[in-house]
Design a binder for this molecule. Structure first.
Ligand code: TRP
Length: 329
C-alpha cells in the first residue's frame, strides 16, 4: 500500500481521453493504495480567475471526479485551499529554494511567455507549491504526465535538500507514476495523436448529445479507400481507435469490413461513432447534473476530505516545525 497523490488542475472539464485513460486507473488505484486526490485551486490563482469562476470550476471538477467513480470514502478527495498546512509548508520550503532554479523551469518560461503582463511570484514559485502538495502527505507516487516531470524532479530536489540541511531522513523522494501500457490513449478528432483540452479536439464528458454529434461529424477524415485492404490514414485509424472503446466488437468489425472493401461511408461511420460515444457519456453527464444540484452532498464530501487531509498534513507540519527548530519553550 503506497501513498499516491494527484493534483487536479481546477480548470477545464474531463474529456473522453481522461475517462478511458487516467480516470480508469485512478478508480482502480483507490482500491489498492492510500490515495490523495485534490483540486489545485490555489494554483489556479496564478491566472487571476474571478471569485465566481474559482468556485464554479472547483465545483465542476469535484462533481466530474465523483461522477466517474472517485469514491470519497475510499480515497481522500479534497480542495487544496481547505488545507492551510500546505501553505505553511510552501512558506517553509521557499526559504530553501533558489531564484535561478525557478527561473530555469520550463513551465515558468512558457507561462511567462503566455501571460507577459502577469508574471507574478505565484507563477515563479508554482513548483514550490506543488512540492508542498506532495510532501505534505509524504507521498511516494505521483501520477503525472510528461509536462509535469520537471516539477516532480524539483520536488525531489527540495526534499533531499531539506533532508540534507537538517540532517534528517524525513521526506521521501516521490516519483512519477505513469501507467505504462495500462494507459489507453484516446486520439483526437483532428487527426492528431492525442485527445487534449488544449488541443481543442476533445469530447467532454459533460457535452450534450447534440454537441457530441457536431464534434464527431466535423472530425477529420480522408477521401476514402480506393483499393481493397488499403492502409488507413492516421485520422481514420484514430476514429477506429475511439470506436473500439465505445462500441461492440461487431460494430467495429462491420465498419472495418466496409473500409476494406471500399464501401464505407464516413457519414454513417461517424453517426454510429457519435451515438456510441453518447451512450458512454450520457450516464456520466446525468450523474454530473444530479451531483451539481446536490450541494448538501458536495459540502459533506468536501468537509470529510478536508478533515482526512488535514489529519495527515498537520502531522507533517508538526514534525517539520520541530525539525526546523520551532519548538515550544
Ligand atoms: N501542476 C499540475 C498540473 O498542471 C497540477 C498539480 C498541482 C499537481 N499540484 C500537484 C499534480 C501535485 C500532482 C501533484 O497538472
Amino acid at each position: 500500500m503506497e501513498i499516491v497523490l494527484s493534483g487536479i488542475r481546477s480548470t477545464g472539464n474531463l474529456h473522453l481521453g481522461n475517462y478511458f485513460g487516467a480516470m480508469q486507473n485512478f478508480v482502480k488505484m483507490q482500491e489498492e493504495n492510500k490515495c490523495f486526490f485534490f483540486i489545485a485551486d490555489y494554483h489556479s490563482l496564478t491566472t487571476h480567475p474571478t471569485p465566481e469562476n474559482l468556485l464554479e470550476s472547483t465545483k465542476q471538477v469535484l462533481v466530474e471526479y465523483l461522477a466517474v467513480g472517485i469514491d470519497p470514502e475510499k480515497c481522500t478527495l479534497y480542495r487544496q485551499s481547505d488545507i492551510p498546512e500546505i501553505t505553511e509548508l510552501y512558506l517553509l520550503l521557499n526559504m530553501n529554494v533558489y531564484l535561478g532554479e525557478l527561473e530555469r523551469c520550463t513551465t515558468f518560461k512558457d507561462k511567462a511567455r503566455q501571460q507577459p503582463n502577469n508574471i507574478n511570484a505565484g507563477l515563479l514559485t508554482y513548483p514550490v507549491l506543488m512540492a508542498a502538495d506532495i510532501l505534505i502527505h509524504r507521498a511516494l507516487k505521483v501520477p503525472v504526465g510528461k509536462d509535469q516531470e520537471q516539477h516532480l524532479e524539483m520536488t525531489r530536489n527540495f526534499a533531499t535538500r531539506f533532508n540534507r540541511l537538517y540532517k534528517v531522513d524525513y521526506f521521501p523522494e516521490p516519483t512519477a507514476y505513469n501507467f505504462g501500457k495500462d494507459l489507453i490513449k484516446i486520439p483526437g478528432l483532428d487527426g492528431s495523436g492525442k485527445m487534449g483540452k488544449s488541443e481543442g479536439n476533445a469530447i467532454n464528458l459533460a457535452d450534450e448529445p447534440e454537441v457530441i454529434r457536431k464534434k464527431v461529424m466535423k472530425a477529420v477524415t480522408d477521401s476514402g479507400p480506393t483499393s481493397p485492404n488499403q492502409e488507413m490514414a492516421d485520422s481514420i485509424k484514430n476514429l477506429f481507435t475511439i470506436l473500439k472503446v465505445v462500441s461492440t466488437p461487431e460494430t467495429v468489425n462491420y465498419f472495418n469490413e466496409k473500409y476494406n472493401d471500399c464501401s464505407i461511408r464516413y457519414g454513417d461511420f461517424k453517426k454510429q461513432l457519435a451515438e456510441d460515444i453518447i451512450s458512454v457519456t450520457t450516464p456520466i453527464r446525468e450523474k454530473i447534473i444530479e451531483l451539481k444540484s446536490n450541494n448538501e452532498y458536495l459540502r459533506k464530501v468536501i468537509s470529510m476530505g478536508a478533515e482526512k487531509a488535514r489529519e495527515s498534513a498537520s502531522k507533517t507540519i508538526k514534525e517539520v516545525r520541530e525539525i526546523i527548530g520551532f519548538k515550544s519553550f
